[in-house]
Design a protein around this ligand. Structure first.
Ligand code: AMP
Ligand code: MG
Length: 351
């Protein structure tokens, strides 16, 4: 009798779990995409894993975080810390030594500036957030034009990351005309923080896309995500030169086709050479970095682009678990160590 009861209880539980969908139900639903405008671009979050009751709250929290970073790092926003650092108006540190121009900075901004300096050293100055006065001269976003050579030479004097002096939680720029531009690294940082937040909220599968700066969380129902590498100057926005199969990694591209203008058939783009003050001129159309953290991908894609194919490839090959796809102006694809490509141009990380 006792065994019969246990047997019936077992069958009953089995039926209940089937009805409630417990145990056997997939952790994945149809993907949902949410959109927000920040960092001068469209930011989307697509969640692939099962819809949670409070998904809209999670998304609100993510986009609020985007806005928070925008309000810290966007040098055009007069309330941002970077704007205030650049104009010397951030709260002054009170100090007995009268270091009146040492400004107290939030841990987030200071952390991002420290990371930027790390990449400046690693790239031997190819990546330099003090490029700001040169970025302003070219004004690629709002009023693209070729600046006067003299103005470029004057502004170049202030491009030197060694002029950023950090002491404890304060920052000082060595010259009043020095200024910071975090446009080459901030989106990567923000994408990582949003990924962390999604993870805290128990989301297991998502893609965060800051205008092509991609960070993936988990995988797509046990399969890799397919991420396209944009074909530079392709006819359609979804023309791809190659496809990447990855999971739980970031994919960031720096390319001359993203923000540029043409004059006398010459392309002037937004990735600038800190040595010359002019847009980088080399054999490259784009560099894509595959890495665990998007901040590394963002800083390194800009760095490697400035360094060019040969030096850029050497740099990436010297780093662990970071991979790169370079596309040259003849549309040839060059891979760093550890990547392989098949006849359909599908790129995977070699096991
Ligand atoms: P990305 O699209 O990530 O390669 O970053 C390009 C953006 O970073 C530009 O729009 C500028 O705001 C800034 N930038 C341009 N040249 C450099 C450079 N050599 N080092 C650091 N930031 C740069
Ligand atoms: Mg970048």
């Amino acid at each position: 009798m006792r065994y019969k009861i246990i047997y019936f209880l077992f069958i009953f539980m089995l039926i209940i779990t089937q009805i409630l969908g417990c145990g056997t139900e997939s952790n994945f639903n149809n993907p949902r995409t949410y959109t927000h405008f920040c960092f001068d671009t469209v930011c989307t979050i697509t969640i692939y894993s099962k819809k949670q009751k409070d998904e809209s709250k999670t998304i609100d929290a993510c986009f609020n975080l985007c806005d928070k970073y925008e309000n810290l790092f966007n040098k055009h926003n007069q309330d941002s810390e970077i704007y205030k650092i650049n104009s010397g108006t951030l709260n002054k540190a009170v100090s007995k030594k009268n270091i009146s121009n040492n400004m107290i900075v939030s841990p987030e901004t200071l952390g991002l500036i420290r990371q930027s300096l790390y990449y400046s050293k690693l790239s031997k100055g190819a990546f330099d957030i003090t490029i700001s006065p040169i970025v302003d001269l070219w004004d690629i976003n709002d009023n693209p034009h070729i600046p006067q050579k003299n103005d470029i030479l004057k502004a170049l004097k202030y491009v030197d990351y060694n002029g950023i002096i950090i002491k404890n939680n304060t920052i000082r720029l060595s010259h009043k005309n020095q200024a910071l531009d975090l446009g080459g690294i901030a989106k990567g940082y923000a994408a990582d923080q949003i990924k962390n937040l999604l993870q805290d909220k128990k989301v297991i599968s998502a893609i965060i896309n800051f205008g092509g700066n991609i960070q993936t969380l988990g995988n797509n129902n046990d399969k890799d995500f397919n991420i396209g590498i944009t074909k530079p100057f392709g006819e359609n926005a979804d023309d791809y030169s190659a496809k990447l199969k990855i999971k739980d990694m970031s994919v960031v591209t720096s390319g001359i086709y993203e923000r540029y203008f043409k004059k006398n058939n010459k392309i002037y783009h937004h990735i600038l050479n800190p040595q010359t003050g002019y847009p980088v001129e080399n054999s490259l159309y784009s560099v894509t970095i595959i890495s665990k953290n998007s901040i590394d991908g963002d800083a390194l894609s800009t760095s490697a682009f400035v360094m060019g194919l040969s030096k850029g490839l050497s740099l990436i090959n010297s780093l662990d678990n970071i991979y790169a796809v370079f596309i040259t102006k003849d549309y040839k694809i060059h891979l760093s160590d550890g990547l392989s490509i098949d006849s359909d141009n599908v790129i995977t990380i070699a096991k």
